[in-house]
Design a protein around this ligand. Structure first.
Ligand SMILES: Nc1ncnc2c1ncn2[C@@H]1O[C@H](COP(=O)(O)OP(=O)(O)OP(=O)(O)O)[C@@H](O)[C@H]1O
Ligand SMILES: [Mg+2]
Length: 150
């Protein structure tokens, strides 16, 4: 099952992220795929704001993971530079603690991801236009997507 949303502006991306943030619970996992500059980090920054995170969220490309405190803690992972995909960063603690986890370039750690998650692919279709493809894996995420698409 896939849901598609055509986005016309940066503000619409931010609104989508905030709407999602409001509905998130501990242990939710969101994966973000898309080419360089698609908007994965931009989406995560708006999501963080929506979670009430005050600190600036930067791309954790060189640190792999950063944690932020908000309504719920947020784990922000960018596994683009995780060369050895067999490396165990302590996935259990990351995905099954109190936090919400967002993973950029998630396909690089496919086997370590929770089976139930929301997979988001962002396609750049113009300067500010984007196509968001939401693929819910598991019943909770299907419901979440249906809510988001209303
Ligand atoms: N509708 C939109 N949604 C998201 N970003 C947008 C949109 N319109 C313009 N942008 C701009 O596109 C850029 C997206 O960059 P961003 O760093 O978020 O991409 P990324 O997918 O994380 O790339 P990377 O793979 O390099 O980490 C930002 O400069 C952002 O302001
Ligand atoms: Mg990024």
């Amino acid at each position: 099952m896939k849901f598609e949303k055509h986005i016309q502006s940066l503000e619409e991306t931010e609104q989508l992220a905030v709407n999602l943030a409001e509905r998130l619970e501990s242990q939710d996992t969101i994966t973000l795929e898309g080419d360089l500059g698609a908007g994965k980090t931009t989406f995560t920054q708006a999501l963080a704001k929506g979670l009430g995170i005050k600190r600036t969220v930067n791309s954790p490309t060189f640190t792999i993971m950063k944690q932020y405190e908000g309504r719920l803690p947020l784990n922000h992972l960018d596994v683009y530079r995780l060369m050895d995909s067999d490396e165990d960063l302590g996935w259990e603690e990351i995905f099954y603690g109190d936090a919400v986890t967002v993973v950029e370039w998630a396909h690089l750690i496919e086997e370590d991801l929770p089976k139930e998650r929301l997979a988001i692919t962002i396609k750049r279709t113009g300067e500010q236009e984007r196509l968001f493809i939401l693929e819910p894996m598991g019943a909770r995420y299907v419901e979440l997507c249906e809510e988001l698409m209303k």
